[in-house]
Design a protein around this ligand. Structure first.
Ligand code: PLP
Length: 463
């Protein structure tokens, strides 16, 4: 059956209204702008009219196992047969105990504790509040600031938004956000210091020292960063020495380092945790998205021994909490996801297929006049689009290139995750490609073909 034309009608949001236009509808209208998803199977989603979409981004980089995985569905059902919920202030449950072990066994040394919540923003809020609470325990109550980076995203709750550098998401909430410094991003294609890889002195890492000294080390509790930046800039892979230097600076000034792996964690970048690839151990590590791969909402903050020990030795509790912490269904889903990933060697697959995807994209788009950069790690790939390749000039925001690309791809049966604001929070367009780890080579080929077609159709419409 063909989708009715009225349903396909676009909302016609003004390009001025919202740079990224990943706004979410309130479900009150008789029908919404988006098609109704009816079912999923592996790398594909189907709408109610039977139209098939290759899910090349897992929504917002969530569905790392693809859709409708029987083993995960069975584990959730089995948990439901036993108990659906018991509050963590009264009971623990076997699923969360097991998931905590699985996550910490795979984590870099010392991250031996898991704090379960319901999503990425909650994981980040928990980490930031725990950083503050830790310094209070340590007798340094002036330490409260969390320093983040420009071109970063840590969630939409007020604390997470304040730490992030996603300008358009912050914009109207600025008066409500805590004031703390933000430092330069590690954005090699558009180096904020105009350096080339040959001359790079990782000045962007040194910028953290400047910010800490300016704010006063006695006030800074933590620094937060995504190991590979996702939503705001499209899979920015840092210089290999960047995080080593960040760790040194944090240690020098007694600043905790929070790795936000909400997007990059659990195999997405070709290792269980992306930060491992940079040889440093954070004090806390935030997870969500791939943790239960979209089967149930969940988040977690992994915490280093030295922080937890500080609370235990003083018999203090961390004054924080949410109702659905350690939810048995979410934990059962998380356990099943990790077991499935082990059985099918999906972390390795993410690494290998990621290399293949990058190679195919370079082959298909490497010389494209409007593709400025192709970057990423594992099955976490970003493409940055430009009006002019030599000068790296972005498209004018009024064109809303990323939005037209998203709609064009959608019409072609391809779901990708394009966004604007890559350059200065207002200009610039990129797309994230993050297919499920179970994608086949043939599907990977189809992804590239549909993507190239969608880019060319978008350009034909706009330029
Ligand atoms: N941190 C990062 C790096 C993210 O990419 C996101 C979401 O995209 C979040 C935090 C917020 O997660 P959630 O939307 O589950 O609250």
């Amino acid at each position: 059956m063909v989708e009715p034309a009225q349903r396909r009608k676009r909302r016609g949001v003004s390009p001025e209204a919202d740079v990224n236009d990943d706004t979410h509808v309130f479900y009150r209208n008789p029908f919404s702008y988006y098609p109704t998803v009816a079912r999923g199977d592996g790398a594909y989603l189907y709408d109610e009219y039977g139209k098939r979409y290759l899910d090349a981004c897992g929504g917002a980089v969530v569905s790392s196992l693809g859709h409708s995985v029987p083993e995960v569905v069975a584990a959730i059902k089995e948990q439901l047969d036993h108990v659906e919920f018991a509050h963590t202030s009264q009971f623990t449950n076997a699923a969360q105990e097991k998931l905590a072990r699985m996550l910490t066994d795979r984590a870099p040394g010392g991250l031996n504790h898991a704090y379960f919540v319901s999503g990425g923003s909650e994981a980040v809020e928990s980490a930031m509040k725990l950083a503050r609470a830790y310094w209070v325990q340590m007798g340094r109550p002036d330490k409260w600031m969390v320093i983040g980076r420009d071109q970063s995203y840590h969630g939409n709750t007020l604390g997470a938004l304040a730490a992030g550098g996603n300008r358009w998401r912050r914009a109207i909430y600025e008066p409500m956000l805590f004031k703390a410094p933000r430092v330069a991003p590690c954005f090699c294609y558009r180096c904020p210091y105009d350096k080339k890889p040959e001359s790079c002195g990782i000045d962007c890492a040194e910028d953290l020292e400047r910010a800490i000294l300016e704010a006063g080390p006695e006030k800074v509790a933590a620094f937060i960063a995504e190991p590979i930046v996702g939503a705001t800039a499209g899979a920015l892979v840092p210089h290999p020495d960047y995080f080593r230097r960040i760790r040194e600076i944090c240690d020098k000034y007694d600043v905790l380092f929070i790795a936000d792996e909400v997007m990059t964690g659990l195999g997405r970048c070709g290792s269980w945790y992306a930060i491992r690839q940079f040889g440093v151990v954070p004090d806390m590590l935030c997870l969500a998205k791939g943790l239960a791969a979209g089967f149930v909402p969940v988040g977690a903050t992994l915490v280093h021994d030295r922080i937890v020990d500080t609370f235990s030795s003083r018999r203090h509790i961390f004054q924080h909490g949410h109702t659905y912490m350690g939810h048995p269904l979410a934990a059962a889903a998380g356990v099943a996801v990790i077991e499935y990933m082990e059985t099918h060697r999906l972390v390795e697959k993410s690494r290998k297929l990621g290399d293949e995807l990058l190679a195919r994209l370079h082959e298909a788009l490497g010389e494209h006049p409007h593709v400025g950069d192709i970057r990423g790690r594992g099955l976490f790939v970003g493409i940055e689009f430009v009006a002019d390749r030599d000068s790296k000039t972005p498209f004018e925001p009024e064109l809303a290139f990323h939005r037209v690309l998203r709609e064009t791809a959608f019409d072609n049966g391809l779901v990708i995750y394009p966004m604007g604001g890559t350059v200065d929070g207002r200009r610039g367009d990129h797309a994230l490609i993050a297919p499920p780890f179970v994608i086949t080579r043939a599907q990977l080929g189809r992804l590239v073909t549909l993507l190239v077609k969608s880019i060319d159709q978008t350009l034909a419409r706009l330029v």
